[in-house]
Design a protein around this ligand. Structure first.
Ligand code: KG4
Ligand code: ZN
Length: 389
C-alpha cells in the first residue's frame, strides 16, 4: 500500500510518501519521499505562531511540498493529470485562497502516481492550519480516487518514537502496559496504553504546555523563537562550565507534591519573569537561568512520569513531541530513569522525527486504517468530503 501523508497542524508544512507492507503493528514503512518546510523563520518575526499566518504559509507551501515529495520518491512525471471535475476541486479548496490555482497549474504539467490512501492530521492543532491540510487531502483524494484517513497528531508523536528504532522501518515490538509522555508546544500529557491503539489520558497540564513554557521563558530572556532549542543549548553551557545558580529565589517545581498526575507550567514561567524583573541579563546569567528553568521543568515531568510508572506497573515508556529533542530530558529519562528502574524500556524518537513531521502521520493514519478495518468499521473521509463507514 502506498500512503501519502499530510501534516499542517502548526508551523510545519509536510508531505511524505510511504510504502507500507503488512498490517499494523508489524508492518514496515519505507519512506520514499519526505518533504518538510518549517515556517519558523516567518514566525520568528512575531515571536510565536499566529494561526492566520500559519494558514497563509501552508496554502503557499503545500503544492511545492507535494512536488518535492514526489520528486524524491522518483514518482514525478511530466504530462498532465485528468481532473474529473475542476469545479468540484475548486469547491473543495474554496476556503484556501490560491491553493486551487496552484494545484490546477501543477496538475496541468505533471501526472500523479497511484496512491492508495491519504492520511492527514485532523487535530489537535490550530484550526485554520488544520483545515488547509484537510481540504488539500480531500482535493487530492478527489483526483486520485482514494480515501482519506483523518489522523490524530498525538498518536503520530507516539508512533514516531517507536519507528525504526529496533526494527528497520518498523515499529518496536513493545511490552505492555506502556506509558507515553507527550511533550510539545501545545501538549503535556501522560497517556496509558494497555495495548496497541488504546490511549487513556491519565495526566495533563492544567495551564501552559511544557514546550510553550520553554518558548515563553526564552522570550522573557530575549532569545529567539522557538525557545526550546536555544534554552537547551544555553543550559548545556551552564552545566559544562558549572555556573552558579541564577541569583534570587530558587525556581519552584510546580505540582510536584500533588497527589495526581497533572502538570502546571504557568507558575514556573511567572517565577522566571519575577526573577528577571527589569534586569539586563549578561550571557552568563542567561545561561544560568536557562539551566535553572530546564532543571525545574524536567524535574516536574520526571516526578509525575515515575509516579505513573510505579502506579501502573509500566513496562515501556514512550516519549514523544518536540520537547523530546531536549538533551537534558533525554539524559534524565534514559540514564537517570534506568538507574532506579533497570527493567523499563524507554523509547525516544530519532531527532528528525521528534518535532512535527508527516512520516508520523503516515504511521498513525495506517494504524487507524488497519485497526478500524480489522474491527469491521473504517471511518474515513471520501473524496466528496463525507465521512463513510
Ligand atoms: O511537537 P512540536 O514540533 O509541535 C507541536 O505539536 O507543538 O513541538 C514544538 C515544541 C516547541 O515549544 C519547541 O520550543 C520545543 O518543542 N522544542 C524543544 C526543543 N526542540 C523543540 N524544547 C526543548 N528543547 C529542545 N531541544
Ligand atoms: Zn507536534
Amino acid at each position: 500500500m502506498r500512503i501519502l501523508s499530510i501534516e499542517t497542524s502548526c508551523d510545519e508544512t509536510a508531505i511524505s510518501i510511504v510504502e507500507v507492507e503488512g498490517e499494523f503493528p508489524t508492518a514496515t514503512y519505507t519512506v520514499i519521499g519526505n518533504a518538510l518546510f518549517s515556517q519558523v523563520d516567518i514566525h520568528k518575526e512575531y515571536g510565536g505562531v499566529f494561526p492566520a499566518v500559519a494558514k497563509r504559509e501552508h496554502v503557499k507551501t503545500l503544492v511545492p511540498m507535494l512536488k518535492k515529495a514526489l520528486e524524491e520518491a522518483e514518482l514525478l512525471e511530466t504530462g498532465s493529470t485528468d481532473i474529473d471535475s475542476e469545479d468540484t476541486l475548486r469547491d473543495i479548496l474554496s476556503r484556501e485562497d490560491g491553493l486551487a490555482d496552484d494545484l490546477v497549474t501543477f496538475l496541468s504539467s505533471y501526472t500523479l502516481p497511484e496512491i492508495h490512501l491519504i492520511t492527514v492530521t485532523n487535530g489537535p492543532g490550530l484550526e485554520p492550519a488544520l483545515w488547509v491540510g484537510i481540504s488539500f487531502a480531500k482535493a487530492l483524494a478527489h483526483i486520485l480516487k482514494c480515501g482519506v484517513v483523518p489522523t490524530n497528531h498525538m498518536e503520530g508523536h507516539i508512533l514516531a518514537s517507536l519507528y525504526d528504532v529496533e526494527v528497520d522501518n518498523g515499529l518496536a515490538p513493545i511490552s505492555f502496559p506502556a506509558l507515553a509522555l507527550l511533550v510539545s508546544g501545545g501538549h503535556t500529557e501522560l497517556i496509558f496504553m494497555r495495548n496497541w491503539g488504546t490511549y487513556e489520558k491519565i495526566g495533563e497540564t492544567r495551564d501552559d504546555a511544557v514546550g510553550e513554557a520553554f518558548d515563553k521563558v526564552a522570550r522573557l530572556m530575549g532569545l529567539p523563537y522557538p525557545g526550546g532549542p536555544e534554552i537547551g543549548r544555553r543550559a548545556a553551557i551552564a552545566r559544562d562550565t558549572k555556573l552558579p545558580p541564577f541569583p534570587g529565589k530558587p525556581l519552584p517545581r510546580p505540582m510536584i507534591q500533588s497527589g495526581d498526575l497533572d502538570f502546571s507550567y504557568a507558575g514556573l514561567k511567572t517565577a522566571v519573569r519575577n526573577l528577571i524583573g527589569d534586569k539586563e541579563l549578561t550571557e552568563d546569567e542567561k545561561n544560568a537561568l536557562a539551566r535553572d528553568f530546564e532543571d525545574a521543568a524536567i524535574e516536574s515531568l520526571y516526578a509525575k512520569t515515575v509516579k505513573a510508572i510505579d502506579h501502573f506497573m509500566i513496562r515501556t515508556l514512550i516519549i514523544g513531541g518536540g520537547v523530546s529533542a531536549n538533551n537534558f530530558l533525554r539524559q534524565t529519562f534514559t540514564e537517570g530513569l534506568l538507574a532506579s528502574h533497570p527493567d523499563i524500556e524507554v523509547y525516544l524518537p530519532h531527532r528528525h522525527l521528534s518535532t512535527d513531521n508527516s512520516v508520523m502521520i503516515a504511521l498513525a493514519g495506517h494504524a487507524q486504517f488497519t485497526t478500524a478495518r480489522t474491527a469491521g468499521a473504517i471511518a474515513y473521509i471520501t473524496a466528496d468530503g463525507n465521512r463513510s463507514l
